[in-house]
Ligand binder design. Structure first.
Ligand SMILES: Nc1ncnc2c1ncn2[C@@H]1O[C@H](COP(=O)(O)OP(=O)(O)OP(=O)(O)O)[C@@H](O)[C@H]1O
Length: 259
């Protein structure tokens, strides 16, 4: 049983005076409810394009995408987004940013304040509710973005390289936080990264994409035990998965380089 169904999807971008860019070529994948799925692939393979389709920000040229059996025909807060460059509303405080969706839904002040308190605590930002985004570090802003997406109680969380702009230490802290939140809430997540460690650490399923035109090259179920933490990175099983995915990515890089 799948929640998200991506079936035979292709995307071509028209470019002036040149042949169209085939960003995605016949991509199919399914995401089961309450699972964490990761798409990993080289730069330019179409990862962001795929996520933008699911977000409803773009439409496929061929194929179809359904959530709960219903076609996706535009953005909706049932699909929460956390992107690398996702900007918070700078004129709103942390608390107001988190409460933004529930307020649009007409939720009472008390109910949305309760949601904001709970989520601000869940992302370890207790005490920062009245701060403005400009007063926060990059990692803290991404925590707010995550809390804001969760406040809408989305059917699926779409994350496009959300930690890509962070330094490696902050990135690990964010990965642990996301693992903790996922363990507690079991949201369905579709996460994009080009970082193999991140993909294995977070994912129940990892889909490896080929270089352009983007296709799903291989899909695997990562059976590392949960709950997971950063210490999983050094286990033998982790290394086994890493070797396998590195091999796939390397073969792809060689193919593209014409080797
Ligand atoms: N609007 C557009 N017009 C023309 N080409 C585009 C457009 N958007 C994306 N592309 C091209 O489609 C391909 C896939 O882009 P996409 O951003 O989805 O890749 P990606 O895997 O997310 O890359 P990265 O990891 O570098 O962010 C790239 O070659 C890109 O240049």
């Amino acid at each position: 049983m799948s929640l998200l169904d991506i079936a035979d999807v292709s995307v071509r971008f028209q470019t002036r005076g040149k042949p169209p860019v085939v960003a995605l070529d016949d991509v199919s994948l399914t995401v089961r409810p309450d699972t964490f799925s990761v798409i990993v692939g080289p730069s330019g393979c179409g990862k962001s394009t795929l996520l933008r389709l699911v977000a409803g920000l773009e439409r496929p040229d061929d194929g179809r995408i359904t959530l709960d059996g219903r076609p996706i025909d535009g953005p909706s807060r049932e699909r929460g987004m956390v992107f690398q460059s996702y900007t918070l509303f700078p004129w709103l405080t942390v608390r107001e940013n988190v409460m933004f969706g529930p307020k649009l839904d007409g939720m009472s002040r008390a109910a949305r304040a309760a949601i904001a308190d709970e989520l601000i605590e869940a992302v370890h930002l207790t005490g920062f509710g009245d701060a403005y985004p400009t007063e926060l570090s990059g990692g803290m802003r991404q925590r707010v973005a995550l809390a804001r997406a969760l406040a809408n109680d989305p059917r699926i969380l779409l994350m496009d390289e959300p930690f890509g702009a962070l330094d490696s230490q902050t990135r690990q802290v964010m990965q642990e936080l996301l693992l903790e939140i996922w363990q507690q809430r079991r949201k369905t997540v579709l996460f994009i990264t080009h970082d193999i460690d991140e993909a294995i650490l977070l994912g129940d399923e990892v889909h490896v994409m080929s270089a352009r035109p983007g296709r799903i090259r291989s899909s695997m179920v990562i059976d590392l035990p949960r709950p997971r933490g950063i210490d999983a990175l050094t286990t033998g099983d982790f290394m086994g998965w890493k070797k396998r995915i590195l091999g796939l990515m390397h073969a792809e890089a060689v193919r593209v380089a014409g080797g």
